[in-house]
Design a protein around this ligand. Structure first.
Ligand code: NDP
Ligand code: GDR
Length: 342
């Protein structure tokens, strides 16, 4: 990649609408690109320059959309580049998905996380305000902002109590989005998304770590799976469902903040049971708990109430946890079988 856009105008847009997506190489970036291309958008994805360019595009390739997305080099820490990109792309919609998104890593890299996940979002808001204030803006906020839970079921009105450097950075980005909406009149919405997963989830996150572990154990490549806290519970949905909510938010006349969640919470232990039993295995025979995988501070329970998204956006999730875990286990089995056959 370079400073200029790759694949320029290789796709003529059916709607004439242009979307700029940061974090295009991540899980949500790939699914969102697929959704927007399906709706006829011209999709420009911002990605960091990498020495391993083929790895950068792996998820887009997996979904079969790589050649239809235009990629441009950019880093959230580089405001001047962001301004130039927004100026040249002139997007109608900007989806800010880029972040250092791994909670556990944020204790090892608190300042970098603050820069990318917090200040990075402010940089993007500034770039939009200066170069394309009429664009609609989406900020990837997180249920991690609730942290030490103040209400059993979390809504847009539940008080926040962040419990990691990641969550603190996301809270800053969230309030900057609200402030840019209220101060400068930007059409800026914030999606408070609860955990969402898929076969494209990074391997370090617990769902994918479990489904990859199940596949390796099933194929005789490993015997055990080390995990941390099995008692925390998460409200898990599928990324494909959740990117639809992002898009719906930017189609509203008035920008706002929305919880996006399934309304069901499940422990890591139960997730293990579902995933292992899908492959005919008993998790208790293979899962080991390891103290070094326990976090300095934990978010014990997350359970979201997406009533506002349901009522205003007409959004509700379609894919169940069991269906998603089955899809992920099957994808990891296929991946390991293909690697063994090479
Ligand atoms: P991923 O970790 O899969 O993707 C993160 C993306 O951000 C990658 O493309 C990464 O690029 C990019 N990135 C990181 N730092 C920078 C930077 N300094 N400049 C430019 N790009 C950068 O995350 P997801 O797709 O799962 O999540 C998308 C967003 O939604 C994130 O902001 C995340 O925090 C948030 N979120 C996610 C939830 C989930 O359950 N998935 C729930 C709630 C919020 P590279 O490939 O180069 O590393
Ligand atoms: P989370 O996701 O921190 O909720 O953040 P993750 O899958 O990393 O952890 C979920 C829960 O599982 C427990 N856990 C383990 N987690 C990992 N990664 N590895 C383990 O071995 C392990 N063992 C137990 C954790 O302690 C935790 O309770 C995700 C990210 O996508 C964020 O970017 C996003 O904002 C939130 O979801 C909503």
């Amino acid at each position: 990649m370079s400073d200029t856009i790759q694949n320029p105008s290789s796709v003529s847009s059916m709607t004439g609408r242009i979307a700029l997506v940061t974090g295009i190489t991540g899980q949500d970036g790939a699914y969102l690109a697929e959704l927007l291309l399906g709706k006829g958008y011209r999709v420009v994805g911002m990605a960091r320059r990498s020495a391993s360019a083929d790895m950068v595009s792996a998820r887009l390739r997996w979904l079969g959309v790589l050649d239809r997305v235009e990629l441009v080099d950019g880093d959230l820490l580089d405001l001047s580049a962001l301004i130039r990109i927004v100026q040249s792309v002139q997007p109608d919609e900007v989806y800010n998905l880029a972040a250092q998104s791994f909670v556990a890593a944020s204790w090892q890299q608190p300042l970098l996380t603050g820069q990318a996940t917090g200040i990075g979002a402010a940089n993007m808001l500034e770039a939009v305000r200066l170069a394309r204030p009429q664009a609609r803006f989406y900020q990837a906020s997180s249920s991690e902002m609730y942290g030490l839970i103040q209400e059993k079921v979390q809504t847009e009105k539940t008080p926040f109590y962040p419990r990691s450097p990641y969550a603190v950075a996301k809270l800053y980005a969230h309030w900057m989005t609200v402030n840019y909406r209220e101060s400068f009149g930007l059409h800026a919405s914030s999606g408070i998304l609860f955990n969402h997963e898929s076969p494209l989830r990074g391997i370090e996150f617990v769902t994918r770590k479990v489904t990859d572990g199940v596949a390796r154990i099933k194929l005789g490549l490993a015997k055990t799976l080390p995990l941390g806290n099995l008692d925390a519970t998460r409200d898990w949905g599928h990324a494909r469902d959740y990117v639809r909510a992002m898009w719906l938010m930017l189609q509203q006349d008035v920008a706002s903040d929305y919880v996006v969640a399934t309304g069901r919470t499940t422990s890591i232990r139960e997730l293990c049971r579902i995933a292992f039993s899908h492959a005919g295995l008993n998790y208790e025979d293979h899962v080991e708990t390891r103290a070094d995988l326990i976090r300095p501070a934990e978010v014990d329970v997350l359970l979201g109430d997406a009533s506002k998204a349901r009522a205003t956006l007409g959004w509700s999730p379609v894919i169940t946890l069991e269906e998603m875990v089955a899809e992920m286990v099957e994808a990891d089995l296929a991946r390991h079988r293909a690697a063994a056959a090479r």
